[in-house]
Design a protein. Structure first.
Length: 174
């Protein structure tokens, strides 16, 4: 079952990353993508906080809620300062849609099956976000403050990926 969850999550996320990597984005679109990507992880984190059975998975979910809320708060403050209106685009719409699909799938799972599916998705999701940040968002940002914010939050995504992989390994041993 774990392999099926992994394949499903890859199928869900790869098209979003591929689409983004091929399209040029402006700062308003980048902000929309950042806000949407973080909100997707906040929403699924809230679900995981309530449904996860393993203590480390619940703690990870809480950590995702806090960290991604912080990123969204920073991005929102910058948006207001720069007077930029987030511009919805195909990538942000795809992220939202895929996030809703993932959350609905996770709602039907319980116990260890939920824990594994959630953590597998978090590994894939954070890797995909890092790839998009490195290949599209950071190089595509025109505003220096936006570029600096993206560079500043990148290490948190690296830490989240590493943490999720650690939990994924421990779940695989159970």
């Amino acid at each position: 079952m774990k392999l099926a969850n992994f394949a499903w999550a890859v199928a869900l996320l790869i098209p979003a990353g591929t689409t983004l990597a091929q399209e040029a984005v402006n700062d308003a679109q980048i902000v929309s993508i950042v806000l949407t990507a973080n909100q997707v992880d906040i929403d699924v984190g809230k679900l995981a906080r309530s449904k996860a059975s393993a203590k480390d998975v619940k703690e990870f979910a809480q950590h995702m809620i806090v960290d991604h809320t912080g990123v969204n708060n920073s991005a929102t403050a910058l948006v207001k300062k720069l007077k930029v209106k987030p511009d919805d685009n195909p990538t942000s719409a795809s992220l939202k849609s895929d996030g809703d699909t993932n959350r609905n799938k996770l709602k039907g799972l319980k116990g260890a099956e939920f824990d594994s599916a959630y953590i597998d998705n978090e590994v894939i999701y954070h890797q995909a976000v890092l790839d998009v940040m490195d290949k599209t968002l950071i190089p595509g940002a025109k505003n220096e403050e936006l570029k600096l914010l993206l560079a500043k939050i990148r290490p948190a995504f690296v830490a989240h990926l590493k943490h999720a992989k650690t939990i994924q390994s421990s779940l695989g041993k159970k």
